[in-house]
Design a protein around this ligand. Sequence first.
Ligand code: DC
Length: 219
Amino acid sequence: MIVAIDGPAASGKGTLARRLAEHYRLPHLDTGLLYRATARTLMDEGRRLDDVGAAVKAARGLALIDFDEAALRGREMGEAASVVAAIPEVRAALVQAQQSFAHRPGGAVLDGRDIGTVICPDATVKIFVTASPETRAQRRALELRSRGEPSDYVKVLADILHRDRRDSNRAAAPLKPAADAVILDTTDLDVKGTFDEALRLIQSKLEAGAARRVRSTVP
Ligand code: DC
């Protein structure tokens, strides 16, 4: 089973993807880390984020297992990742690794912006997780505070809106729900409520698939 989770910044998709992966005992790939690590490599090399050649080289050179997640999680890296993620050549350099991860035996859970639309158009279940910008900003501010980073709500909200705009309006694989994705609005849901609702969606999708298979085998 391949579970594709997409959604905007701070929608809760990462937490949901992790919990689903644990529940179904599937490997999980947070694809945002790929773009964050690409941006980080460029910054460490003192290069500009719009240096296409260096960005592609950085993306191709990523070793999935070597991520220092803590160093990639900050606000600044999210913004830098969004800039390099708009470069079509960078996206192209990362497609195959993501698809290989998704298609390992047994399946996987992937979360990002283009999993249901580009990386895994054949995913078993596609969930587009969203929430109001204000709710997302509140959650992100809390998370930043817990890590000791600056967490001014107004600034965080402006950042989120800016990043949403860039991620949604770029030409290459923009942030948008796949035509066959289920929208999960978490504005009024907590972590457990979001997880329970996702389980319900996945269960009904699996049952519908099983019923279709039975019908197609009945002569
Ligand atoms: O999910 P995140 O906040 O870690 O992602 C950081 C940025 O990376 C995000 O603003 C856009 C980009 N991204 C992307 O374009 N496609 C993905 N599949 C995942 C992330």
